[in-house]
Structures are given as structure tokens and as C-alpha cells.
Design a protein around this ligand. Sequence first.
Ligand code: ADP
Length: 271
Amino acid sequence: KGPDPDLVAIVERMATVKHKILVLSGKGGVGKSTFSAQLAFALAARDFEVGLLDIDICGPSIPKMLGLEGREIRRSNCGWIPVYVESNLGVISIGFTIPNPDEAVIWRGPRKTGLIKQFLRDVDWGELDFLVVDAPPGTSDEQITIVQSLEATGIDGAVIVTTPQQVSLIDVRKEVSFCKKVGVEVLGVVENMSGLSQPLSEFKFTRMTETVFDASGGGAAKMCNDMGVPFLGKVPLDPQLCKAAEDGRSCFSDDKCRRASAPALKMIIEK
Ligand code: ADP
């Protein structure tokens, strides 16, 4: 049996992508898509060529958050063309292929696997410094597919997003264990929604020390210490960030939002 033609095509396509970063979470709703988008914008703001690939097939939230609902993926002779939010930031999401966002996507594993491979094989990203992959929560078909499909071209690592509570951290431990099993380096863990950021005035913000979620167990920092993976930092719960996502404003590119992903970003760039 010869090599899998899909994998050969993916390797060829990925030859123009320098770094591939997975964004993972154990649970849904912890801010993984928000963080993925911030990271992509922050990298693009530093003049890197960036691709953001949303493979959350059952709940793609990137189009809504970035105000890209209703946009479609166009095709050219070279492949599928991403939807560009900045000249150096292209986005691909399953959401662009579903005409009605209220419609449930009820797909079994093989169909999901097929679409993810198709995205990796057929999207014409051009020369990219970073491909940021926003994966669905958990350790199932989608995560296994993305890891196996990109294995031959090399994955730089995974950033895992969590909230401070035990219920979320328990699942992060599984995510770390998944990465170890499949040989993906954990670049680190980001604790999202830790503390509350309150506007003092239109331009001034403070990070309140008041906790929103119970972190008496030590939060993500302690878990990272226990598991021997880097802790990248905390991102506060920020009502303005939430509002921006609700409104589909790409205001993630503004300074404040960029700062939110700064610790993780610094670490990724330095690697
Ligand atoms: P996930 O991808 O993990 O399911 P999302 O990124 O979709 O999570 O975030 C879930 C919700 O929480 C969204 O409404 C998002 O706008 C909001 N959110 C995420 N992170 C923050 C934050 N740091 N501050 C305020 N709202 C946030």
C-alpha cells in the first residue's frame, strides 16, 4: 500500500506554512475561540502572515465573533481562498460552508475527518508564518485528525485554554495527557476568565483581583506545576471583549485585546 494521497497533498500544501499552532481546551465555553482569534490578530499586528483555521465543526463561533457571518469561501485554480479580515490574516471556518447558522451539523466521525483533511489539503493560504488552528473541545475525531494529518509536516505545539475552576482543569489534564500521547508539545496553558477587568473610564482599565470562578485549588498555575507544563498567563474576564465578540467587531485587533494574549504570544514568538 502506497502513501495516503491525502497526506501527501497536505504535506505539499503545508510546505508554505512555517509554524502550526493548535489551540485546545478540555471543555467548551472557556474562551478557546476567543483566544485563538486574539492570538491570530496579535500575530498579524506584528506583521506576520497568519491563517486562522476553525475546525469546530459542530459549533463554529469564529465567523460570528469576527463579524464574518454570511461570508463564503471562494475557489480559484490554486484552491479555496480564505476570508481575509486583514491583508495578512485569512480565516477558514466550517461556518462559511453552512448556509443557515441555526442548522445543526450532525456529522459522524468520517465526514468530520474528511472536511478537516480537505481544509488542510485545499485551502490556498499562500506563504504563512503561523497557522492557528482553533480545535473543538476534547480529545476526539477532530483533534486526532488534525494531529495525524499534520504530523508529517510538524506541529509546533498546542496552547491549552482553561478557566480557573477544578471542573475545567480536570479536563485540561486529559488534554495535556492527549498531547503527550500523540507527541504534540504543550506550549503552555492560558487561564482565561481569571479575575474581572473593569473599565475605570473609557481608556483606563484595571484588573480586579476579585475572583469570578473558584480558584481555591490553585488554578491553572498549580496544575501546570503538577503536570510539568508551562503556565502562560492569565486573561481577565473582560465585559468589553465579550461585547466585541457578540457584536462581531474585529476590535480584537485593538491594543487592549492584543495585550490580553501577550504572555502566550511572547512565548510562542520566542520559541
Ligand atoms: P470556547 O471556544 O472555549 O467554546 P468562546 O471563545 O466561544 O469559548 O467563549 C465563550 C464566550 O465567552 C463567548 O461569548 C466569549 O465572547 C466569552 N469570552 C471568552 N473569553 C472572554 C474574556 N476573557 N472576557 C470576556 N468574555 C469572554
